[in-house]
Design a protein around this ligand. Structure first.
Ligand code: NAI
Length: 356
């Protein structure tokens, strides 16, 4: 149940243009939107400079991971008087937050089900190392041969976790449950976690499995690249449920071809924006790198699916609606993203640390 404190101040009948809408988004957003007096207009198209016009007349836009909220889009929204960008996801690398400052409010859903993502990462890892995807196809065809299905125990192996925030910490716990030795790298290590933090180089050198759970920033862009692959153990399994551009996909492919990388589990892909969430079966796949990766027997790809559980969808719509209500009430929301402008005298949030 949503609790709408101060209802009287909330503008009635707000309209939000909902981009990249999927069938699974609608039920919960329609329900919570109706309760709160928010009319979500669903558009299947993604938000880009070419489609931003669809937002005219709306109070805000509701966007997802592959919508484009760059300077051009922000300026157009500002000109049209569209005041809010409500991200229905945690990551915000697709938003020029700095450019948005003073023009549009940007809110996000910091956590909706970190368990969903961490469990998906482990599901992919297990599928890969125990060849479940291969066994599934074989037995469907009444082929009960075990040839080529030899896996390895996770117990006793070393997993290197990059980014120990909400999702990374849960993944660490899951791995500990499997009897794995956990090492981690985080720019801001968690003091109370009893996690063995090491340098990135040491993590690359020691890990049998590497799982990425940090945000995509200038610093983390291409964390996995030719140079870092060279530092990894032969046969390493790489899991990425975070953001595609953490991995240089061409370097990953080369590492796999050279038998340096033992397997890759990818829920995200660098160039996923024009591909993921759509049905391209029966089409010619234009992205050669992705096509080659998918053709590899030791590469598992899911299309940004890690978040997709009933619990997460429910939390996403509840929090997004609450974010919009918070903003409409007094122009502030605890889940607002803003960059640290340094104007502490005028900052209504009175934040002392980093703004995001
Ligand atoms: P979080 O903010 O709780 O944790 C991120 C962690 O990364 C923090 O501990 C932070 O200190 C660390 N970090 C920041 N900069 C770093 C750097 N340069 N090197 C290493 N670590 C660094 O975020 P949360 O909720 O755990 O999400 C992690 C990522 O998962 C998100 O950024 C998002 O990209 C991705 N995600 C993917 C989903 C999917 O469906 N595949 C769904 C939800 C999130």
């Amino acid at each position: 149940m949503l609790v709408y404190a101060g209802f009287g101040l909330i503008r009635e009948n707000m309209r939000f243009a909902f981009f990249d809408a999927k069938q699974y988004d609608r039920p919960s957003f329609e329900t919570y939107g109706k309760e709160a007096g928010i009319d979500f207009r669903f558009y299947e198209t993604r938000l880009t400079p070419d489609t931003v016009e669809l937002a005219r007349g709306s109070d805000g836009v509701c966007v997802f991971v592959n919508d484009t909220v760059n300077a051009e889009v922000i300026d157009r929204l500002y000109e049209m008087g569209v005041g809010t960008v409500a991200l229905r996801c945690a990551g915000y690398n697709n938003v020029d937050v700095r450019h948005a400052f003073g023009k549009v409010h940007v809110v996000h859903v910091p956590a909706y089900s970190p368990y969903a993502v961490a469990e998906h990462a482990m599901a992919m890892l297990l599928t890969s190392v125990r060849r479940i995807h291969k066994a599934y196809n074989r037995t469907k065809d009444f082929n009960f041969s075990l040839t080529g299905l030899t896996g390895f125990d996770l117990h006793g192996k070393t997993v290197g976790v990059i980014g120990t925030g909400k999702i990374g910490r849960i993944f660490v716990d899951i791995c500990r449950g499997f009897g794995m030795q956990v090492i981690a790298y985080d720019k801001f290590p968690a003091a109370d976690s009893k996690i063995e933090y090491v340098s990135l180089d040491e993590l690359f050198a020691r890990s049998d499995v590497i799982s990425l759970h940090c945000p995509l920033t200038e610093e983390t862009y291409h964390t996995v690249c030719a140079e870092t692959v060279a530092k990894m153990k032969k046969g390493v399994v790489i899991v990425n449920t975070s953001r595609g551009a953490l991995i240089d996909a061409d370097a990953l492919l080369e590492g796999i071809k050279a038998r340096k990388i033992g397997a890759a589990c990818l829920d995200v892909y660098e160039e996923e924006a024009d591909i993921f969430f759509e049905d391209y079966s029966g089409h010619i796949m234009a992205d050669d790198t992705l096509a080659r990766l998918i053709s590899m027997p030791n590469v598992l790809v899911t299309s940004h699916q890690a978040f997709l559980t009933e619990e997460a969808l429910n939390n996403i719509s509840q929090t997004t609606v609450q974010n919009i209500l918070d903003l409409s009430r007094d122009g502030m929301c605890p889940n607002e993203l803003c960059y640290r402008c340094g104007k502490t005298d005028v900052c209504r949030k009175e934040r002392v640390g980093k703004c995001f």
